[in-house]
Design a protein around this ligand. Structure first.
Ligand code: MN
Ligand code: MN
Length: 457
């Protein structure tokens, strides 16, 4: 073998920006993505957005017991926090579905049940963080508040404040460096503690006798008709009030809160819109509670997915067991991209790079692959051949060095249903920070990968 032939044996992933069509289409595609991510900052808002978008594209609520024909478009919402969208295929459900699951919950600061108190002339709100965050990142920046409150009479009020420029925001203080001798000597993990993540909610006293807490309660009552007791049952979350921004002189990247994992949810459902009349039934799903281990009725550990597939099978007389055994699923969650500034945390030889397309991850998990679903060689080969045949640029990649830690995804829960599953997602930088970074080209390529997957035989 001569040297030229030998060189062809070497594996080298492509760069998305050098691929035909990406430069022309990625910017336009990401305009839609940015509208989604700027509007949908919680899992509930992601579901509202997807329902509105899906209805425009001909999707209707799924009806149990109804018979559907190939090409029919349905959706199924789980408690306002998760959604399953499907396009019915030509083949029966028991021949297997093509399913892509992403999650739309993100790390954030939930309000405690009794959040409001007063100190130092300030009205403050206690928070309890949700998901894996670096707490120090959440101080000294504008935060918006999102969620639902139920009044004593059972009526519901949706709260979303701090997103528009003329709306007020909330704010968490940090200690000035001038007197932070003790604080700066702490480790990064302890520099800001959970109990220090207190939201400043006001400072004007109610009157000469009553302070800022009562003033805030009066304002909340005037605007939303709620009382302090109503906050006990509420679900309210503080998230960065910032909008997505283009990054780089070339505008090739997007900085935004919550790429993980709306950056995979958006390609999954927009690719489904293009599915036409597929051979096999295609499903895009938004899962909740992934960031805390997929627990609870809206997480993937609940039987909701099993029940949805059972209902889908019932609608065309399919066998559920056969359906699971012949289905295939992409657990579409973000991958960690190699960060040259923190190179020592990575195995550079096995890390994904921004710009080399979606990351196909055979196994996630921490340390000794703990908590992962290790996809078989058969599944990895099948998926990557689908991508190669469609000209999709993809790469492989692990999170970081084996002993540095790791992460799990919903793949483990899907595998428990006897459904073949593999992780494929967009590589990002600064994961779980208040402003994550991703390449527009990778987002667009994820969409092309999802389209190829839905069309696969
Ligand atoms: Mn994720
Ligand atoms: Mn995550």
């Amino acid at each position: 073998m001569d040297r030229e032939d030998a060189k062809k044996l070497v594996y080298k992933p492509g760069n998305v920006w050098l691929d035909r069509g990406v430069k022309e289409n990625a910017h336009e595609y990401c305009r839609g993505y940015r509208a989604f991510i700027d509007s949908a900052k919680t899992e509930r808002e992601a579901v509202y957005y997807a329902v509105a978008d899906a209805e425009k594209h001909g999707f209707v609520p799924f009806e149990r017991g109804k018979t559907y024909k190939p090409g029919d478009r349905i959706y199924y919402v789980n408690r306002g926090k998760g959604i399953y969208l499907a396009v019915i295929g030509r083949q029966k459900t028991e021949t297997g579905v093509r399913m892509i699951i992403a999650h739309t919950d993100c790390p954030r600061l939930d309000l405690k049940q009794k959040p409001l108190y007063e100190d130092g002339n300030l009205a403050l709100m206690k928070t309890h963080y949700y998901g894996g965050i670096k707490k120090y990142q959440w101080t000294a920046q504008p935060l918006s508040l999102h969620g639902v409150v139920y009044r004593a009479d059972g009526s519901r009020v949706d709260i979303r404040i701090g997103e528009d420029e003329d709306e007020p925001v909330l704010y968490i203080t940090d200690l000035m460096p001038h007197i932070a001798k003790d604080q700066v000597a702490k480790t990064l993990a302890e520099g800001i503690t959970g109990e220090e993540l207190n939201l400043v909610a006001g400072s004007e006293p109610f009157d000469a006798e009553e302070g800022a807490k009562l003033k805030v309660l009066a304002l909340l009552n005037e605007k939303y008709g709620i009382t302090e007791a109503d906050l006990i049952t509420a679900e309210l979350s503080a998230v960065p009030a910032s909008r997505s921004r283009e990054v780089g002189f070339d505008r090739s990247m997007i900085c935004a809160y919550g790429h993980d994992d709306r950056i995979c949810a958006y390609p999954a459902y927009t690719a489904l819109f293009e599915a036409g009349v597929p051979e096999h039934t295609c499903i895009a799903a938004f899962a909740d509670k992934e960031e805390i281990g997929s627990e609870g009725v809206t997480g993937l550990k609940s039987d909701f997915l099993k029940h949805f597939l059972t209902d889908l099978c019932a609608s065309d007389g399919s066998d559920y067991i056969l359906c699971c055994a012949s289905s295939i699923c992409l657990s579409s969650d973000v991958g960690g991209a190699f960060d040259p500034t923190f190179a020592s945390a990575y195995d550079t030889h096995n890390s994904a790079r921004v710009g080399n397309g979606p990351v196909v991850v055979k196994y996630t998990g921490a340390r000794g692959k703990s908590g992962c679903s290790d996809a078989s060689a058969e599944v990895v080969s099948r998926i990557t051949r689908i991508f190669d045949a469609a000209g999709v640029i993809w790469q492989c990649g692990e999170y970081g060095k084996v002993d540095q830690g790791g992460a799990g995804t919903v793949a483990a829960e899907v595998a428990m249903l006897n459904i073949d599953v593999i992780d494929v997602g967009v590589p990002i930088l600064s994961m779980h920070s208040t402003g994550e970074l991703a390449s527009k080209g990778d987002i667009y390529m994820m969409y092309l990968a999802d389209r190829a997957f839905y069309a696969s035989k």
